[in-house]
Design a protein around this ligand. Structure first.
Ligand SMILES: C[S@@+](CC[C@H](N)C(=O)[O-])C[C@H]1O[C@@H](n2cnc3c(N)ncnc32)[C@H](O)[C@@H]1O
Length: 226
């Protein structure tokens, strides 16, 4: 990529893989604008909007966009979530590298964008994001785990207006099919997290402990079936 390092981050590449071809992508919380630069430079999308709530990451984004010679194809916007962005022409919205609850909050305030395709990559509390999505008329159509230094998950999401019922275990698995090593390892890590929480609760004498131990077992069984 001229003036920019190649995009080698597997997490961002996994987000890029879900972007539809030929549209206009809005990257919320863009930071250095690595993703929109990569998408436009490689012809995955024709234009992009790189948005961030903080002036300093947005300045870094502008610098990288200029360095890559993409000022005519990528607009930068100072915006809290989708609040300050026009939905006109936007086909894909990427919200990556933020907490699951913040992503849910941004989506909840972004109704004007509900016709777009959403690519979501939560850094924390993915189960809370999935629960919010299913309770608020969104469908997770596809999901992939990937490993950079730690495991991440990337979700492809669309708004249907229909809520989805789910079990507690499903909120930790989402739409992961469990048929790749990364999917299996990601789910195993979730099981480990739940088991640790269960053990902690057991030590403190909480009656909630067994619930977490059983959930961990369910997740372990899922990876063995996959
Ligand atoms: C960890 S960086 C992630 C950058 C990039 N999206 C990625 O995944 O590598 C999080 C970015 O989100 C921005 N951010 C946090 N809250 C935001 C909000 N409510 N609206 C827009 N951007 C936000 C931060 O300023 C920061 O630049």
């Amino acid at each position: 990529m001229s003036g920019l390092k190649e995009l080698t981050d597997k997490r961002l590449l996994a987000c890029a893989a879900f972007v539809s071809g030929g549209g206009i992508v809005c990257d919320v919380g863009t930071d250095h604008a690595y993703l929109p630069c990569y998408l436009v430079k490689n012809g995955v999308c024709k234009r992009a909007v790189a948005a961030d709530v903080n002036p300093s990451p947005l300045a870094a984004a502008k610098e990288n966009i200029q360095r890559a010679g993409l000022e005519d194809k990528i607009d930068t916007v100072l915006s809290d979530g989708l609040d300050g962005i026009s939905p006109k022409g936007i086909t894909d919205v990427v919200i990556a590298g933020m907490g699951g609850e913040l992503i849910a909050d941004i989506l909840g305030r972004g109704k004007a964008f509900y016709g777009a395709r959403f690519i979501l990559q939560p850094m924390t509390k993915p189960e809370r994001l999935r629960q919010w999505l299913w309770e608020n008329g969104f469908e997770i159509t596809c999901e992939r785990a990937c490993k950079e230094e730690i495991y991440y998950t990337v979700m492809l999401v669309k708004y249907t207006g229909k809520n989805t019922e789910y079990t507690a275990a499903q909120s930790y698995i989402g739409a992961l099919e469990g048929n790749t090593d990364d999917d299996k390892d990601y789910i195993s890590k979730q099981a480990e997290r739940l088991r640790k929480k269960g053990e902690g609760l057991k030590k403190s004498g909480s009656t909630e402990a067994e619930k977490y131990m059983q959930l961990a077992e369910k997740l372990d069984r899922y990876t063995k079936q996959g």
